[in-house]
Design a protein around this ligand. Sequence first.
Ligand SMILES: C[S@@+](CC[C@H](N)C(=O)[O-])C[C@H]1O[C@@H](n2cnc3c(N)ncnc32)[C@H](O)[C@@H]1O
Length: 712
Amino acid sequence: MGRKNKQNPFAAKKRQKKEQAASGSDRRTEPYEEIKRDNEKFEKYYCLQNICLDSKEWQQFLITIRENLPSAFRVTGFKDEAKALLNIIKTELFAEYIRGVAELRGIPADNVEHPLCLPWYPDGLAYQLHLTRKDIRRSEPLYRLHNFLINETNAGAISRQEAVSMIPPIVLDVKPTDKVLDMCAAPGSKTAQLIEALHSEPEKYRIPPGFVLANDVDNNRCYMLVHQAKRLNSPCFLVTNHDSAYFPNLVKTETNGTKSVMKFNKILCDVPCSGDGTLRKNPDIWLKWNLAQAYNLHGIQYRIIRRGAEMLEIGGRLVYSTCSLNPIENEAVIQRIITDYEGGLEIVDALHLLPGLKCMPGMTEWKLASKDVDEVYSKFEEVPEKYHTIIRPSMFPLPKAQMENLGLEKCIRILPHFQDTGGFFVAVLCKKRQFPHEINDSKSLLSKKTEVEVVKTPENIQGGEEKSIPWGPQRKRRRLHGYKEDPYVFFEENDHDWKEMQEFFDLDSSLNYRCLLTRCVTEKKKNVYYCSELIRDLVLLNEDSIKIINTGVKAFARCENRHTDHPFRLAQEGLQTTNAFMGPKRRVEIDKDDLILLLKCTDPTKPPSTTLLKESTQERCKELSVGSCIIKYTDKRFTLNVVGWRGTSSLRAYVDKNETMHIMRLLGVDPSEFEINKYEKAREEALKTAEKTLNELPANDMKCSEDEAENN
Ligand SMILES: C[S@@+](CC[C@H](N)C(=O)[O-])C[C@H]1O[C@@H](n2cnc3c(N)ncnc32)[C@H](O)[C@@H]1O
């Protein structure tokens, strides 16, 4: 059979699914506002489960889940300027908020409710607004608030995140020394929080000793993780693409040089779920909700947490979370894993980490039901045989006597009406001992690896000598999922670029050059990234067993200029890292006026002349040869470092628009000259189009329109 006649079965299945979805009844055709927020089976099922204490509360629950969800955000805590930004938020932003909401709702400003500081979020850094995402996005009176949120999010200074979704990273309690695995990480709002916690002690650790490994089974969604992490610029971060239920054992190098299996001491399993706790944010769930989905998910949720528990260190902490209200996806999964590991895992009470959070204990009684919730089963024996493959014995609650020892009441259940949020479930587990079937021997894993350690390719056989190339295995491997990634090429000893970089940027020898890498095999490096030593070790030892999507922060970028011999410039992304290792040679300290002057100069063809700067800055510039440098600004509240370029007669700050606006706000300068009012812009464009159309009308049409006007 010719190739032409061959059908790709996967593509065909995908096409078929697409077509079915297009004609399917559950396809959403209405806009969100018009979706009927009702689902008889949903109501019947949760009433049956007694998820609320009494009928009064049940009514409150039913009212709240039909309302839109308020927006929330949190400030990136580890940044030096966090406190100053929080202060600006509490004063200027909230004043703008009150003004905008009063205008939007046509009420006096005094009647506008102040944003709510989430009491359980550490250091008062998180707020909930009394506005929905749609309110903010689509209301002209709120355009400045909207711009602020977008701009500060892009600058990495805040994160917009649903309030309850902030809880799992808090109870995971990550420290800078932790080895963290986020098993189902995309799109990455919780990952961002984990990275922030890892970097929470910058004065103690220039580079945190721990790391965050964020994984997702969906190749495309892995790139959302890359984007999220880019805002935070961590060299201790790795993105992988694998099915978490079958996550491979990773190998690491011990301090004595031996190899061992990597065990994590903090693991987050924010598993895929039916998501009925997010009904307020995603009203289309009203149309799709069904019990079969929860039953199907129970299996995958269990396999993911089981694999997580296997990879957890003894004494390590695992957090299991869902945005589902269903005990089958929550307590039943926890009950199953605790029972299977007979004392190897314990549920931990973590409420002390969430002061002021309103929640209820995990359920210890629940029932199962048929698809249409017309039959209810209290034990497996009552389940008709036709459902035996869907409803499993492990989904039922244990008998009372056994249940008492489990501690399910230590799980955290949040219902939407408790504090005007989404619904959520969290369980915190601690590992007490190793499981019998755990593989902790790295030898078998390594023996597989050594077979592919040295790959002969024309590029790596130089002068007849075989070179071990770290990217070998990744190049040789078949494609695991999606696109094949570029190789990870680490710097070798005596790398000539490193010697020059070290000299030019006055880099401390404690910056390990072996952790510098590029993403292509070439003599002429373009972008140079930096990752921590532990991450380097993980990449080199494991790239043949797991698909690594991304690691490292961009530290240097090629920037050839005829006035300097040094071909690299610093990259703003990696400045957090490079700054910690750079001596005084390529630093310029400037004051507020000079910084504002540099920020306001946005025309790349007209860099600011040094003659415009303060005398002291001019003097410093005279000492500095042409090339990349750090521009430092300090005041009582914080220190800011930005990448600069010393030209032959100029000094330029290399910051993007978001960063520029962020810094201007911190300096107390109105950034509105960089701001766009999208509504005004749309009006101007509409006017221009109308004028253009009018000008293009032939004379007859004009006459006709004038006639019509007269007749009317
Ligand atoms: C609830 S979302 C995670 C949300 C994320 N933790 C956050 O805070 O942004 C669940 C994620 O699990 C991923 N997923 C589903 N099945 C998986 C599996 N078997 N292994 C790894 N990831 C999986 C999905 O692609 C999805 O991105």
